[in-house]
Write a protein that binds this ligand. Sequence first.
Ligand code: GDP
Length: 177
Amino acid sequence: MPLTVVIVGRPNVGKSTLFNRLAGKRLAIVHDTPGVTRDRQEAVVEFGPLTLRLIDTAGFERDEPGSLAARMTAQTEAAIAEADVSLFVIDGRAGVTAGDEIIAAALRRSSKPVVLVANKCEALVDLFEAFSLGFGEAIAVSAEHGSGFGDLLAPKALDRIAPQLGYMHIFSFVLRC
Ligand code: GDP
């Protein structure tokens, strides 16, 4: 059973770019699932011994009724319902925005593990403000330029996931692969 990792964040932070970067680098299987729930992209990718089912939620942003805030909340809640772990993407250059706060609130309500990713960090960016979202230190990456990916699934990131999922879960998962 792969670990289901859902990429969430407000529009334009680079979710699709991140998905393509992660899927393209270590791609095993990619399939679109239009019309299953909503349009979205999924890929099963292997990171060393870890097999992850990655879901890009960018397609969730289309054609929903209601305010942007209500749509983002509904879309995030729908996405994280099936997640084992969420990659919460913010724009590291923009700082924390009202849209990020809305996504963060939905993620906190779910109480599922979250790894905070600050994208667009090809130049040095001050990520101190990102602590205020409540998910600890952000991992700085540049999805477009491909930097920072060593850290995304490095032990530091897994340590953040494991206490919440349970180390046994992680290790039994790794051993099955
Ligand atoms: P999404 O709406 O969250 O899926 O965002 P997209 O992946 O469509 O990206 C939104 C915009 O941000 C596009 O113009 C991308 O080229 C740009 N973008 C994505 N990743 C990066 C990055 O690492 N650095 C910079 N500077 N721009 C990026």
